[in-house]
Design a protein around this ligand. Structure first.
Ligand SMILES: [Zn+2]
Length: 405
């Protein structure tokens, strides 16, 4: 093996690939330059990062998050809201003034996610006539603060509804003009009581701003299915194929077989993807059946220890475990499906370029103390290092990048 010498070269040494082979991973200019399966690569002058024989995987992708709602870093707060979605919306608003700034809480959670191995997040951010664009501007600050450490995609999200909260549509469009990546939406029937009204508004904005849509759809039964099919029809009519996501889509988990087939086929035909957080107490859309029909399914943590939910720590391996558990997955082959939902599938939907553990791709990686990807999902073992663009950004489960603190 020829010795290499470069100030810009780093080597993640002594790791194991998913197939079991020992390897050294050479990283240059933020990319993977070589995956050397012969051990003990000579790398004169390169920065050596010790991999301790751990399994190396591509960085985790959290495809559905709410960073602006986080209570990360604060003392424990018993769950304050009632049992309904409207109660959670109103409770959250009433507590906003008593909490530290959004930037602080969102950055705390983002760093926590990075420490678990996440290198990209799609976060929804609340936009309503009360807070206007303040949460959005806070997440823009967090994105800048963590540039080079975390890829952060921002969804302009109408948490209080679109038609139900006059003025929201203009605020959503303003956020997209200022740098939000994706347009959000929320239960057109349950929240706005106007399926066509909300969707018409959203697709008008999406066309004007040339952006994709990621809409929260919690509505159950016939309402939920009507929403998804209307969304697919508008996606086709507006030429947004491949740029629209249904978040949750709980109705797919309880649909009759013929309704499921019809709706999954409509989603696959126009590339409408599904983001899932594992379903909690709601019906879980069938992950494998959707994938088999051509629907891209990806995962996200959704609410992590906030006024909506007391659960979670931002770990996407834990989210993959929950998704696998609720899906009845047991074999390593199936556990790898859950891992793909928490990594490569999300990367495809988010449009992350150069994602994956191959030469020429971005050096966004992490190590985990597991024999196989299946064990990593089922047991969520300790993490070694998290590498972003060839640079160590976390070690041993702790955020470790001075520029992002
Ligand atoms: Zn959500």
């Amino acid at each position: 093996m020829t010795p290499r010498s470069s100030q810009e070269t780093g080597v993640l040494a002594n790791v194991r690939l998913a197939g079991g082979a020992a390897a050294d991973i050479v990283m240059r200019d933020s990319l993977i330059a070589e995956i050397a399966t012969a051990p003990t690569l000579e790398t004169d002058g390169a920065t050596r990062i010790e991999g301790e024989g751990m399994l190396v995987l591509p960085g985790l992708v959290d495809g559905h998050m709410h960073l602006d709602k986080a209570l990360a870093g604060l003392p424990w707060m018993p769950h304050p809201a009632g049992p309904t979605r409207l109660s959670r919306i109103e409770t959250e608003k009433s507590l906003r003034g008593d909490l530290p700034p959004v930037q602080e809480r969102a950055a705390n959670l983002a760093r926590q996610c990075v420490a678990h191995g996440t290198t990209a997040i799609r976060s929804h951010v609340d936009i309503d006539p009360d807070n206007e664009l303040t949460h959005f501007h806070a997440l823009m600050e967090v994105r800048e603060m963590l540039a080079g450490i975390l890829d952060l995609q921002i969804v302009a999200f109408p948490q209080s509804g679109v038609l139900r909260a006059p003025g929201t549509s203009g605020l959503l469009e303003a956020a997209l003009t200022e740098g939000a990546d994706v347009l959000g939406g929320l239960d057109p029937i349950a929240i706005d009581n106007d399926l066509d009204g909300q969707l018409d508004t959203l697709f008008d904005i999406a066309e004007r701003c040339d952006t994709g849509i990621d809409i929260h759809l919690h509505d159950a039964g016939a309402d939920g299915l009507a929403e998804i099919n209307a969304l697919c029809e508008r996606t086709r009519a507006c030429g947004l194929a491949g740029r629209v996501t249904v978040s949750h889509g709980f109705c797919l988990g309880s649909a009759a077989p013929d309704e499921f087939e019809r709706t999954a086929e409509a989603m696959a035909a126009v590339g409408v993807s599904l983001a899932t957080h594992g379903g909690a107490a709601s019906p879980l859309p069938p992950v494998k059946a959707l994938r088999e029909r051509g629907v891209e399914v990806f995962a996200g943590n959704d609410n992590v220890r906030d006024t909506w939910s007391p659960f979670g720590n931002g770990d996407m391996l834990e989210r993959a475990m929950l998704l696998a558990w609720r899906s009845g997955f047991r074999t390593d082959e199936d556990l790898e499906v859950a891992l793909e939902c928490a990594s490569a599938a999300g990367a495809r939907v988010l449009g992350l370029e150069g994602y994956g553990l191959s030469v020429g791709n971005r050096a966004d990686l992490f190590t985990v103390d597991a024999e196989t990807p299946g064990e990593a999902v089922a047991q969520r073992p300790r993490r070694g290092v998290v590498v972003k663009g060839g640079r160590v950004v976390a070690r041993e489960g702790e955020f470790a990048d001075a520029s992002g603190t």
